[in-house]
Design a protein around this ligand. Structure first.
Ligand code: ARG
Length: 459
């Protein structure tokens, strides 16, 4: 089969070169966007009188037929046609004859491929915002049921201070909110049209880029033609945002994995989201969070891969840039898979409040509050810290927790202790004492839930 660009060549392409340089194996994912872009381009060619209106009409109809064939799986791609752009053009010409060859007037694959990528990511970013909101919804659903459930909060993975389970979940709601905002911000740079840049310098035809932008729903067009075909910042931004989303999911995964271990036993993931062992009959493994944690690495890899690919690339298009696609496509797939599972997995998760409660009763996470108690009785904080440190050491040596100490025992360490200390020690009291904006006290957490729900409803 002859090449669409075969004119200046006297030899057939080496078979291995054909295989090595072809991108059709992966860029066929962009078929819908490629045709969408071509439809807008050819409509503009007709409107501008660059090609006759009836030819534009014939090409549009041809493109629709090609689209149908692609959708029905009837279309056959060949690596001889290298990429999705030339495969579609070839199919178009087969469909409507040589008039199909007018489609590529005033256009290059360089501005075409960039346009496809912008269209592709624009659609995905909108979907990801939606998926993140669903996940926030699932977290809020759980949070609302657990505004009285207390668990140990950790620092250094050591018991630190008790917190409401709802408060812990709301931390993730906030993280995913930043992710949403990052995607929405990246959207501004994605929603810009490169088409019309030609190969690199523009085109001799009297095209109307703004008309094409309007048809495709782009907010603006690239200011500079070299930049339009060289820019892949918008993909880097997407991969960076995706990396952060995966990082957040991975941190949550790690907690879910720990929490569903026998040692913690704080939560139980629904059977539908776990798998068993082929040898150990008792096992119920948290494979989904484990895989999400694992797959985070490949998304980071794609980000670093693309940054490295772009480093030192001269303007404008270089074939290196064909390597921008697989990482992006894989990131989209990886993120879709994770987000799709996380929302229902969180919504159906069973929370073992009893176990959390027991854990809180068997630790020293109320120690800060006793120090604060002494401060309120006039002792400087640093001294109070020392006193409670000694008290805790005494407890450890006597296999007791602070709640179990008699008033006399407390008084060995400070005369300032009184009967009211026992109120201060209670986990509810410890939690509710942190009644600052953003803190874990119940009224604060309830307020945070109301605000988060209102923000979610606004979207
Ligand atoms: N398949 C190519 C890519 O993905 C399309 C652009 C090719 N342009 C070129 N001048 N060879 O980058």
């Amino acid at each position: 089969m002859s090449k669409l660009w075969g004119g200046r060549f006297t030899k057939k392409t080496n078979q291995l070169v054909e295989e090595y340089t072809a991108s059709i194996g992966f860029d066929q994912e962009l078929a819908e966007e490629d045709i969408q872009g071509s439809l807008a381009h050819v409509t503009m060619l007709g409107k501008q009188g660059i090609i006759p209106e009836e030819d534009a009409q014939t090409i549009r109809e041809g493109l629709q037929k090609v689209l149908q064939k692609i959708r029905s799986g009837e279309a056959e791609y060949t690596i001889g046609d290298e990429d999705i752009h030339m495969n579609v053009e070839r199919m178009l010409i087969e469909e409507i004859g040589p008039v199909g060859g007018k489609l590529h007037t005033g256009r290059s694959r360089n501005d075409q491929v960039a346009t496809d990528m912008h269209l592709y990511l624009r659609r995905r970013v909108v979907e990801f915002v939606d998926m993140l909101e669903k996940l926030q919804g699932a977290l809020l659903l759980q949070a609302k049921q657990h505004t009285s459930t207390i668990l140990p909060g950790y620092t250094h993975l050591q018991r630190a201070q008790p917190i409401l389970f709802a408060h812990h979940l709301l931390a993730y709601v906030s993280m995913f909110q930043r992710d949403i905002e990052r995607l929405q911000d990246a959207y501004k740079r994605i929603n810009v049209l490169p088409l019309g840049a030609g190969a690199l310098a523009g085109t001799t035809f009297p095209i109307d880029r703004h008309f094409v932008a309007e048809q495709l729903g782009f907010a603006s067009v690239y200011e500079n033609s070299l930049d339009a075909v060289s820019d892949r910042d918008f993909i880097v931004e997407f991969l960076a945002a995706a990396s952060l989303i995966m990082m957040h999911l991975s941190r949550m995964s790690e907690e879910l994995i720990l929490w569903s271990s026998t040692e913690f036993n704080f939560v139980e993931l629904d059977d539908a989201f776990c798998t068993g062992s082929s040898i150990m009959p008792q096992k119920k493994n948290p494979d989904v969070p484990e895989l999400v944690r694992g797959k985070t690495g490949r998304v980071y890899g794609h980000l670093v891969g693309l940054l490295t690919l772009l480093k030192s690339l001269p303007l404008a298009y270089n074939k290196d840039m064909q390597e921008d696609k697989e990482g992006m496509l894989d990131t989209v797939k990886t993120l879709q898979g994770a987000l799709q599972l996380f929302a229902p997995m969180i919504a159906t998760m069973k929370v073992n409040g009893e176990q959390m409660r027991q854990a809180v009763n068997q630790d020293f996470s109320n120690a800060t509050d006793i120090a604060d108690y002494l401060v309120n009785k006039g002792l400087p904080f640093r001294q109070a810290h020392e006193v409670i440190g000694k008290t805790v050491l005494y407890c450890i040596q006597h296999h007791k927790f602070l709640l179990h100490l008699e008033l006399d025992e407390f008084r060995q360490f400070s005369e300032l202790f009184d009967g009211d200390i026992y109120e201060v020690l209670k986990p509810e009291q410890v939690v509710n004492a942190r009644n600052v904006y953003g803190g874990t006290a119940k009224p604060q957490v309830e307020g945070a839930i109301v605000r988060a729900e209102a923000a979610l409803e606004q979207t």
